[in-house]
Design a protein around this ligand. Structure first.
Ligand code: APR
Ligand code: PHB
Length: 393
């Protein structure tokens, strides 16, 4: 077995792992990134698309935001649609002129990979981590396999950025990590369609038939979602049924029917909340989806992942360069404060916009909650702050 040494071993080349690699390399810290999937798969994987104000600024300040600034769609508001009636929430007016940027997660990933390739720092695709050992020793070890054989890498630290099904969390004895979980009685059916967006801003829609979301990626690509029962499978949803359902839920008396086009990507994702705590065990740190999942209604998943590594990178540098352990010691508790806040907001958004199939009391409360956002400036202002910038508050 071949053995290599580095300073920080990063497991996973999603937004968290790639941005961490970039921030550390920039400070002269050696890293190796290991990713089980292929380069093509990671760059094509369609995920979320809303970048918060502070996170967009941070990407730019970190030198990886120029294409996002050039091509990302800057939005000043969102729309809530309640049973066929539109209500605009003027995010920028409510929150000091701040905006969100609509830019696909896989575009962030492409930009980070391009930067990594230019830097020449190691990034191995098709490299599956099989185990982490020695968390409590000076030099933890990561084992991985690739087409070239089996390898071991030792580092001063290992960072698990390996998403919700990764190996990092399972490498920790269960008594040292707590897992908090909530499952929602909905899934999202998401499509990417070659259709010009029929709207300039995102539409979050609560309709008696269920939730719908209208989003976009570019002037020619629309991204739409339907709230469906968790029992549903893709083969129950023909293109025609998807468009009919989207059109019905999103219809208003004024707006023209939504533009349709070829569906180029589709998937069903169950909605859940997960928090793993603490986000550290010895010399293993956790970041992004490896430590927490939010339901997508608040658009927080990618923002939280990037906010974790914004905090973690300087903490690792302080330890490795200056021997100062304090920032690393507070990484987990500082991150978890933000994570729970995002869980709260994502739960709030989810439970305002997804009609319950049978609980009419719950539905009455949901509509009252949404009406409060529409009718009360204070409530709308609080929502705007959380939607636009929660990860940097
Ligand atoms: N070995 C190597 N890589 C692994 C392993 C393993 N054993 N297990 C998982 N991975 C990789 C996955 O293939 C994936 O590319 O880890 C990466 C984790 O990336 P993401 O899932 O994108 O997670 P993260 O970087 O935390 O970003 C969170 O992704 O799911 C969305 O909504 C979520 O927007 C949020 C973002
Ligand atoms: C998306 O564009 O994919 C998107 C937008 C808002 C969300 C979730 C996903 O809340």
């Amino acid at each position: 077995m071949k053995s290599v040494r580095t300073q920080v071993v990063i497991i996973g080349a999603g937004p968290a792992g790639l941005l961490l690699g970039h921030l550390l390399q920039r400070e002269g810290v050696d890293t190796v990134i290991l990713e089980t999937r292929s380069l093509d798969y990671v760059q094509q994987r369609v995920r979320a698309g809303v970048i918060e104000y502070g996170i967009a600024n941070f990407l730019e300040e970190s030198g990886v935001g120029s294409r996002m600034r050039a091509e990302g769609l800057v939005h000043h508001g969102i729309e809530f649609r309640l049973d066929g009636v539109s209500h605009r929430i003027a995010l920028s007016e409510l929150y000091d002129g701040r905006t969100i940027t609509v830019y696909g997660q896989q575009e962030v990933v492409k930009d980070l990979i391009a930067g990594r390739v230019v830097s020449g720092a190691p990034l191995h695709f098709d490299a599956t981590v099989t185990g982490v050992e020695g968390h409590l020793m000076d030099r933890p070890t990561v084992s991985y396999t690739s087409s070239e054989g089996e390898f071991q890498i030792t580092g001063d630290y290992v960072v698990g950025c390996d998403g919700s099904h990764g190996v990092s969390v399972s490498s920790v004895p269960s008594e040292f990590l707590r897992r908090f979980e909530r499952v929602y009685p909905f899934s999202w059916l998401g499509i990417l369609a070659e259709a010009p967006p029929s709207t300039e801003e995102l539409i979050y829609c609560r309709h008696a038939r269920g939730f719908a979301l209208y989003s976009m990626r570019s002037p020619t690509l629309s991204r739409l979602y339907l709230g469906v029962s968790p029992a549903e499978t893709l083969n129950q949803w023909s293109d025609e049924r998807i468009w009919d359902e989207l059109s019905t839920r999103l219809a208003t008396a004024q707006a023209p029917p939504i533009a349709q086009g070829p569906i180029v990507e589709r998937g069903i994702t169950p909605m859940r909340s997960v928090v793993v705590a603490p986000m550290r065990y010895g010399r293993l740190l956790l970041a992004g989806d490896a430590a927490h999942i939010v339901p997508p209604t608040g658009a927080k998943g990618m923002n939280l992942a990037l906010a974790d590594v914004r905090l973690l990178a300087p903490a690792l540098v302080a330890s490795l360069r200056d021997g100062d352990e304090r920032p690393l010691d507070s990484y987990s508790s500082d991150s978890l404060r933000r994570v729970w806040r995002a869980e709260e907001f994502s739960t709030y958004m989810t439970q305002m916009l997804h009609p319950h199939p049978s609980d009419e009391f719950e539905n009455g409360v949901q509509v009252a909650r949404l009406r409060q956002v529409i009718d009360s400036l204070d409530t709308a202002r609080a929502l705007a702050r959380n939607y636009v910038n929660l990860s940097s508050l």
